[in-house]
Design a protein around this ligand. Structure first.
Ligand code: NAD
Length: 428
């Protein structure tokens, strides 16, 4: 396997290089787009509950803002690296472009494990993160949002710190806020629902009724749970989900061939999306190794956990019945795995198209926050469906016409839009 598989940024760059070649971009545009415009590394000193002090490492990377203010989540993760944040910021640029939202791409993170931090300690990290970056973010420059292991409460603490420092109310500074405190209805559902809207459209093109399909998921967090909700409403049957076992520090898959019961599994899942293995077994789920979700005899696979999960080593184990891989997570498939997926003739709905529902709804939240006028949930979800369907169809038409793999088509469309914006501004 190539080194690219293990470094998300190298992987993002190699995906970009391919699109740049297809588009025959000039050298200056390539140099500009294959690296972030700006990145910030900072220390966040925190007083812990026991009176001791600890310093956490924080990041914010603004990959590109030619099409509008940079936008992207903040992750709290013990294994966070600057290269992960760089890759994710680049993917945000392509994602906002393909979803046709007037925003750029950014990402942030803190190396920490919220499992081992009290709520007041997490609040201090949130406030500390804002204090370190306040001059370089804002509603007109860079708008953060939640991501892995961050939630609406974290966003509200960050907003509060930002407003305290700037002395103004600016709810458009950050998205993913609690509903009633500047948050948008529908935001919680948006990413997962968006994934399934793209699957619904893909199945339509394949002339397959969702009611005759089955699916297996990696992850049981925000994205997976809502994707499962909409998929089940469409009539689909989920037979396997996997999640990370915090206590054992390993992942498990939980299978029930007659279909998982979403509410039942949610009742034994912690706030980080970890399924309690004992209780799940009591409910009659078979407990299998972590990677088993990938090997199931299903029509649809939805990786919705982390990056680098479908690799050159395990892609061969994907069952021959699988027709669609819808990437809920960011960067779940390595370039080596893509080769195998193409050979197996599996239809791939790439991450920054499939999971663009989150940023689309974040954009709706920002618009509502700036107007201080909030839409109903039906209005939000209706607009989400429209945006996701349009984005999906434009990519799938382009891929068909140009005989391109979906990932390549998505890249070509989005890189072209961003390159054009950079040219129009006279940057390159
Ligand atoms: P989350 O923290 O709510 O859930 C993550 C889930 O993955 C949990 O169930 C966890 O147990 C599971 N997990 C972690 N490591 C695992 C492993 N090795 N094997 C199996 N399961 C594992 O996160 P989320 O918000 O659902 O995000 C999931 C992915 O989707 C991430 O890649 C994130 O960047 C991406 N994403 C999220 C959003 C959003 O709006 N939440 C938007 C776009 C993309």
């Amino acid at each position: 396997m190539s080194d690219n598989s293990f470094n998300p940024f190298k992987m993002a760059q190699s995906q970009f290089d391919k699109a740049a070649d297809l588009l025959q971009l000039d050298q200056a545009t390539k140099d500009l787009l294959r690296n972030p415009l700006r990145e910030f590394h900072f220390s966040i000193p925190i007083r812990m509950d026991d009176g001791s002090h600890k310093v956490f490492q924080g990041f914010r990377v603004q990959h590109n803002d030619a099409r509008g203010p940079a936008k992207g989540g903040i992750r709290f993760h013990p294994q966070e690296t600057i290269d992960t944040v760089r890759a994710l910021s680049m993917w945000m640029t392509w994602k906002t472009a393909v979803a046709d939202i007037p925003l750029g791409g950014a990402k942030g993170g803190v190396i920490c494990d919220p499992h081992n931090l009290s709520s007041p300690e997490q609040e201090r990290i949130c406030r500390g993160w804002v204090r370190q970056i306040v001059k370089n973010v804002g509603p007109n420059s860079d708008i953060p949002a939640p991501d892995v292991m961050t939630n609406p409460q974290h966003m509200l603490w960050m907003l509060d710190e930002f407003e305290m420092i700037t002395g103004q109310k600016m709810p458009g500074f950050i998205t993913g806020k609690p509903v009633g405190m500047g948050g948008s209805l529908g935001r919680t559902e948006a990413t997962g629902y968006g994934v399934m809207i793209t699957v619904r459209e893909a199945l339509k093109e394949m002339n397959i009724n969702p009611e005759n399909t089955t699916a297996s998921f990696q992850g049981f967090g925000n994205v997976a749970q809502y994707a499962i909700e909409l998929y089940q409403q469409m009539g689909g049957k989920v037979i396997c989900v996997s999640s990370w076992g915090q206590k054992d520090q390993k992942s498990y898959s939980f299978r029930r061939k007659e279909g998982v019961d979403l509410k039942e599994l949610q009742s034994v899942t912690d706030s980080f999306g970890g399924i309690n293995k004992w209780k799940a077994q009591e409910f009659g789920y078979e407990m299998l190794p972590g990677e088993a979700w990938l090997e199931q005899e299903v029509d649809i696979l939805v990786p919705a956990a982390l990056e680098n999960q479908i690799t050159g080593e395990n892609a061969g184990k994907i069952n021959k019945q699988v027709k669609i891989i819808a990437e809920g997570a960011n960067g779940p498939t390595t370039p080596d795995a893509d080769i195998i997926i193409k050979e197996k003739n599996i239809y791939n709905i790439p991450d920054f198209l499939a999971n663009a529902g989150g940023v689309t709804c974040s954009y709706f939240e920002q618009v509502q926050s700036n107007m201080n006028y909030f839409w109903t949930k039906d209005e939000v979800l209706g607009k989400l469906d429209q945006k996701m369907t349009t984005a999906y169809i434009s990519v799938s038409d382009f891929a068909r016409k140009n005989k391109l793999y979906m990932r390549d088509a998505t890249y070509v469309i989005s890189v072209d839009k961003v390159a054009q914006a950079c040219h129009d501004r006279g940057w390159v």
